[in-house]
Design a protein around this ligand. Sequence first.
Ligand SMILES: Cc1cc2nc3c(=O)[nH]c(=O)nc-3n(C[C@H](O)[C@H](O)[C@H](O)COP(=O)(O)O)c2cc1C
Length: 170
Amino acid sequence: MNVVQTVLWKLINPIAIVTARCADNMSGFVASWITQVSFVPPLIMVAVNPLHYTYELIVKSNAFAVNILRTDQAELVDVFGKSSGRKVAKFASAAYDLGSTGSPILKDCLAFVDCNVMWTREAGDHVLVVGSVANAAITSDGETLQEARSMYTQRASIGTRHRGINNGEA
Ligand SMILES: Cc1cc2nc3c(=O)[nH]c(=O)nc-3n(C[C@H](O)[C@H](O)[C@H](O)COP(=O)(O)O)c2cc1C
């Protein structure tokens, strides 16, 4: 592992499920490269690998939702972060409603942000997707699941390497 990547893994990121839907097709992926980028208007940005199925649906629908997970929801990372929605029906075990943009909103999450795509721009091997917030709500009590506090403390350049909780290797 090079020094740059080792340093960048010191950044603390939230863990959320970014969802999108186009007609009968929908998917969601685990994302940690998410941040607010403007107060007025409220804008958020997600760095998305353009090979992801969900990216295809974001582009087609021009919308996405960010479902922020609680610390007790690390098991959802296995469902949404390890396989492609092209092969797996990820929502089979995750109840959802459709938000105002048409994107799936997980019924059981800490909070959600429903967005319309404002612009996209390539950034290396990812695409920065900036969304204007159409709706947002806190849907349960709890704390935000974060990379450094969960078992998902390290992300390799492709996929994820899982580490134990509090193993001091974040
Ligand atoms: C902890 C964790 C964080 C991740 N963060 C991102 C991210 O910020 N951006 C991204 O494009 N992929 C990220 N991924 C990878 C996707 O979640 C994963 O490749 C997913 O299976 C893609 O699903 P899809 O093809 O159905 O869209 C992350 C995965 C994990 C486990």
